[in-house]
Ligand binder design. Structure first.
Ligand SMILES: Nc1ncnc2c1ncn2[C@@H]1O[C@H](COP(=O)(O)OP(=O)(O)OP(=O)(O)O)[C@@H](O)[C@H]1O
Ligand code: SF4
Ligand SMILES: [Mg+2]
Length: 364
């Protein structure tokens, strides 16, 4: 019988903060992903969509890092750029740098990128049907990946595929290996995708809204499993979501994105307990659990800006209740006096800090 992720986690007795602390203590830790000041645009008729306007983001070994923001804020573009998955002719990188495990992604050859995808960083998409081949059995697809990356024989690859599916708590791996993707439920397909992503033991897993299409119970199971298996292997996760509740339950640190920029970042407990950017506050106020019974959910007034003409000043100024003349200039993302140095906010009028006791608390 399979054990549940929580009991497995207790048995493994390792945690990402532990791994991270070890890596930092040894003085050899380098980020698995480091994005610095990345600007990217999509040429469109009559101009360009400025999808990213100077995004900086770092994931250390073993960390689970969330990226949260409304639709169109640039979360997926950031993730796709990290693995150079955007169509080459369809976008322009206008500034910044990207490094995977210390090496330059923008300067790497396509052959080198193919080697790194899967081994250094693997991706799980929201809809596994877009990544799985509908005409091939799961077994052929999974063993194909294993044989390509590990030079395994057929039989060995099959055994490894079965073990990976068991790791993902799939109770009858034989049946799943023989199945076509359309024969599986959404939750099962997402577990198969996760098994495939882990098959090359990547240092980083990028999960772009991996469970948005699943019902709440299945979503929770899949997320717990992903987190447990990543912790067990010492892999980091970059978790992309629009859901603050998912961030609070699963991420060590969080980046809040808006209109192609990071507006706030920091340890999850600190950012969620005491947001200092009005946009983060707005996202949190929209959580159903924060609404009074019978009342409407709070929502941030207005809409995300048209990124063909991005705002010159603060990107949130059109929707911000605190905007004044200062906000015509773009605020830098920087630490605030008295705050943890990991915490940064891009706002001229940040919200007040939490009382000391609350700032230390964790929402997880
Ligand atoms: N191929 C493209 N051509 C033109 N614009 C694009 C293209 N892909 C993305 N964009 C634009 O880039 C911006 C960022 O898009 P992105 O897909 O990263 O948003 P997101 O934060 O992932 O949103 P969602 O939560 O809806 O997935 C948006 O303004 C989007 O319209
Ligand atoms: S800089 Fe100004 S407009 Fe932007 S979030 Fe802060 S107060 Fe609001
Ligand atoms: Mg997206």
């Amino acid at each position: 019988m399979s054990a549940d992720p929580a009991s497995l986690q207790a048995r493994a007795g390792r945690s990402a903060p532990g791994l991270l602390a070890g890596a930092l203590d040894s003085g050899v830790a380098e980020p698995v992903l480091e994005i610095r000041d990345l600007s990217l645009e999509f040429p469109v008729f009559g101009g360009a969509v400025c999808a990213l306007g100077g995004v900086s983001l770092r994931v250390m070994p073993g960390e689970i890092v969330g990226v949260v923001g409304e639709s169109g804020s640039g979360k997926s573009v950031t993730a796709m750029a990290a693995l150079r998955l955007l169509p080459p002719g369809g976008h322009r990188i206008t500034g910044g740098s990207l490094r995977l495990c210390g090496e330059d992604v923008l300067a790497a050859s396509e052959a080198r990128m193919r080697e790194w995808r899967g081994r250094r960083a693997a991706m799980i998409f929201q809809e596994p049907m877009t990544a799985l081949n509908p005409t091939r059995r799961i077994g052929d697809q999974l063993t194909g990946v294993l044989r390509a990356h590990h030079r395994l024989g057929r039989r060995e690859a099959l055994e490894r595929a079965e073990a990976l599916l068991r790791d993902m708590m799939i109770p009858d791996p034989d049946r799943v290996l023989r199945a076509y993707p359309f024969e599986l439920s959404g939750g099962m397909r997402q577990r198969v995708m996760a098994a495939m992503a882990f098959s090359c033991d990547p240092a980083l897993l990028i999960a772009d809204e991996p469970t948005t299409a699943l019902d709440v119970t299945v979503q929770r199971q899949v997320l717990q499993l992903l987190r447990f298996r990543a912790r067990e292997r010492g892999a980091a996760i970059l978790f992309i979501t629009h859901d603050m509740a998912v961030v609070s339950q699963f991420c060590d640190r969080v980046y809040v994105m808006y209109a192609g920029t990071v507006v706030e970042q920091g340890p999850t407990g600190q950012v969620l307990n005491a947001p200092r950017h009005p946009y983060t506050r707005g996202l949190l106020d929209g959580l159903p659990e924060r609404a009074a019974p019978g009342s409407d959910l709070a929502s941030i007034p207005g809409r995300v800006p048209d990124m063909r003409r991005p705002p010159q000043g603060c990107v949130f100024s059109d929707r911000c209740a605190f905007a004044d003349d200062m906000c015509w200039r773009r605020p830098a993302l920087e630490p605030l006096p008295g705050d943890d140095l990991q915490r940064r906010v891009a706002c001229w009028h940040p919200l007040p800090p939490a009382p000391a006791a609350q700032a230390l608390g964790d929402v997880q």
